[in-house]
Design a protein around this ligand. Sequence first.
Ligand code: MG
Length: 253
Amino acid sequence: MRRTGIADGATAAFFIDFDGTLVEIASAPDAIVTPPGLAELLADLTRRTGGAVAVLSGRSLATIDRMLTPTVLAGCGQHGLELRLPGGASVAREVAEMEPIRRRLAAVSVDWPEGVTIEDKGLSIAVHYRAAPQAAERVEDAVGRAVAQAPGTFRLRRGKMVVEATLAGASKGTALKRLMVEPPFLGRTPVVLGDDVTDDDAFDAARAFGGTSFQVGPREGHRADFEIDGPSGVLDLLRDFAQGVTSSERTTA
Ligand SMILES: [Mg+2]
């Protein structure tokens, strides 16, 4: 059933998460391995859809660009705080707004155990504890208290072995809605693929445009329409679309 219910490449617009969706999650964010041919596959898919392919990531767009070089996609970084419209125009919030929370997390982080790493992405600060899972509660508590100092300005976001302090007011869902009013996304049927809690906002947004969503890998309580086992299944699906396989030719197992 994983390939049913999606528009064809000619009418679909793709919104694709990066970590855990296009690539397997690694022990540290900079340890991920980009599969060979991924950038080319996304470039093929972009041609096939008339440019309607976007990445929706929690990483910065600069990092995504580096990992997909030479392919540059429209989409959002830092959970919607950075937005790149088709054609390259960017909309981003002011990095200086993050200064109070940056200072506070730097101060408390001296007490965190080895293995906890802070990733400052400019408009969001992620604290990763995959290498020190025993620190989960402590880290989450500290980030929660930092965010609570200015509720409404900042928000806390939980992911897999990561907790983030970000500026409030954006999500992958708001990014999808913003892109869907721009050609070549406008009038197409959104197809969203993602693996984590933050992708649920995009799944909901796709539904509002009559689109389809896929949860990648197991996750309790996800709000997607369908499930795909993992990144290799995602790449198979995208390859079919990029090659123009029609829905009647697709398997429905
Ligand atoms: Mg992900």
